[in-house]
Design a protein around this ligand. Structure first.
Ligand code: ZN
Length: 75
């Protein structure tokens, strides 16, 4: 089996503050892609390089009120 390294990374949607985790896998070849939020359809993360992200999972750890604060673009 290939000696691939997987790491879990966390991302926060800039649109609605939803948190996601994704598994990052290192590749020898170039990959590019993007992940869109399933709530607000905003782009959570885009990547290109010698890695790939998969297994996107929504994390529901924060109550909605707290999530709003994270989205805080209303000044
Ligand atoms: Zn969102």
């Amino acid at each position: 089996m290939a000696n691939s390294i997987w790491t879990i990374e966390e991302f926060t949607c800039p649109g609605c503050g939803m948190n996601y985790t994704a598994t990052k896998e290192d590749h020898t070849e170039q990959h590019s892609g993007s992940f869109k939020c399933s709530i607000c359809n905003g782009v959570v993360h885009t990547w290109s390089g010698h890695h790939h992200f998969f297994g996107w999972t929504a994390v529901k750890t924060r109550p909605p009120v707290f999530g709003r604060r994270w989205a805080g673009v209303e000044w």
